[in-house]
Design a protein around this ligand. Structure first.
Ligand code: RFL
Ligand code: PHB
Length: 389
């Protein structure tokens, strides 16, 4: 098989890139290790920046997001039993859209099917070859048969555990990492949200977040220990712990129901540089991970795709190599800003078991300064809604 761009991974990065390329007449094939249903079963991000929404519109798959997504003009930060609103609209005239990654993935898959794009699901043992030549190849196995895709470029959109990043020689790749000493336990429940907007809670017992998917579906998180297992947290225990971290009004408004999904995610910051080696580009979680506190994971995948899609259209339509050469540096500039913001939000709001009394007083002071300073709230707002591309 021959195509212009071989894309590894059908997460949001791979599907969005594929759709933008198809729209501009650039052929591509997506190779995904899992089944489509498995990909759709993963509950992940929920906050969509304007830049991400614009790209989904550009790809022609934004209609349902605009119809069903919830526009949020701010968030609430809670500590010491009081809530403080960060008013994005008033501070910087911008907002975000609440629309689940699952729904974005569904819309992208439907758009790809309508455009006749080819996706190979359950592609086993995907391997990358001759990536430093002009004719790279990707091999995989499907139903016991070996296949090869010849292409001009490979887009490694296969997430943190994918094969693409590992195909870059170790001598070339520099990685930076911070692993946090806790995780997030999240549940999805068919009950209305606690509040109209997201509540981020910094509490001595640990962080909590009241988020949502729709006006009748909540997504709730509590910070948990890395040793915790989902089985350790029956719904009753989850709600009891959450209520200890929420203010009295939020507790009164919390509607408890059976969880329809429950999972634990460890928190990590990670960046691999460079994001291009020869004819291989890394995009999304394949190149970087942020802790979810800043709601940046999905949005960073989209901004990488923005730079990569532009680079590839410049190459094919304008015969220019400039975007390709600049891709890694351009993407990384924005990646590191999102890394900084996500690390800052995480540091400010979580309970760090090894923190000294001094560290804890500084953490409290950071929160008090934030809610007392228009400049500090503006800095949070402009990062949260998304820095410009
Ligand atoms: P994805 O979504 O991980 O998609 C990568 C795809 O590649 C496939 N794959 C392979 N395919 C072929 N061959 C191989 N060898 C392959 N190896 C992997 C995988 O099956 C998968 O389909 O990466 P992408 O597209 O870069 O998108 C990034 C976002 O998904 C991610 O940043 C966010 O979801 C991060 N994230 C969250 N972000 C938030 O902003 N808020 C959240 O609440 C939030 N929760 C989460 C998360 C990430 C999680 N992971 C990855 C553990 C919760 C979890 C559990
Ligand atoms: C979510 O709704 O899953 C969510 C929202 C905001 C975050 C992280 C996760 O910062």
């Amino acid at each position: 098989m021959r195509t212009q761009v071989a894309i590894i991974g059908a997460g949001p990065a791979g599907l969005l890139l594929g759709q933008l390329l198809l729209k501009h007449g650039i052929s591509n094939v997506i190779l995904e290790r899992q089944s489509a249903d498995y990909v759709l079963g993963r509950i992940r991000a929920g906050v969509v920046e304007k830049g991400t929404a614009d790209l989904l519109d550009e790809a022609g798959v934004g209609t349902r997001m605009h119809k069903e997504g919830l526009i949020h003009n701010g968030i609430e930060i809670a500590f010491s039993d009081a809530r403080h609103r960060i008013d994005f609209h008033n501070l910087i005239g911008k907002s975000v859209i609440i629309y689940g990654q699952t729904e974005i993935t569904r819309d992208l898959m439907a758009g790809r099917a309508a455009a006749g794009g080819e996706t190979v699901y359950q592609a086993e043992d995907v391997s990358l070859h001759e990536i430093d030549s002009d004719r790279p190849k990707v091999r995989y196995r499907k139903n016991g048969e070996e296949h090869e895709v010849e292409c001009d470029f490979i887009a490694g959109c296969d997430g943190f555990h994918g094969v693409s990043r590992r195909s870059i020689p170790e001598s070339v790749l520099q990685t930076y990492e911070r692993v946090y000493p806790f995780g997030w336990l999240g549940i999805l429940v068919d009950k209305p949200p606690v509040s109209e907007e997201l509540i981020y809670v910094g509490h001595e017992r640990g962080f909590a977040l009241c988020s949502m998917r729709t006006p009748t579906r909540s997504r709730l998180y509590i910070q948990c220990s890395l040793e915790d297992r989902v089985e350790d947290w029956p719904d009753e225990r989850f709600y009891e712990e959450l209520k200890q971290r929420l203010d009295a009004e939020a507790v009164a408004r919390l509607q408890e129901g059976p969880s329809i999904e429950k999972s634990i995610a460890p928190l990590r910051s990670f960046v691999a540089e460079p994001m291009r080696y020869g004819r291989l580009f890394l995009a999304g979680d394949a190149a970087h991970i942020v802790p979810p506190t800043g709601a940046k994971g999905l949005n960073l995948a989209a901004s990488d795709v923005h730079y990569l899609w532009q680079a590839l259209t410049d190459f094919y339509k304008r015969n220019s190599q400039a975007g390709i050469d600049a891709y890694s540096a351009r993407a990384l500039r924005r990646v590191w800003k999102a890394e900084r913001f996500s690390w800052w939000m995480t540091s400010m709001l979580h309970h760090f078991p090894d923190n000294s009394g001094f560290d804890r007083r500084l953490q409290r002071t950071e929160l008090e300064y934030l809610i007392s300073s228009r400049a500090a709230m503006t800095a949070l707002a402009e990062n949260y809604v998304g820095l410009p591309y």
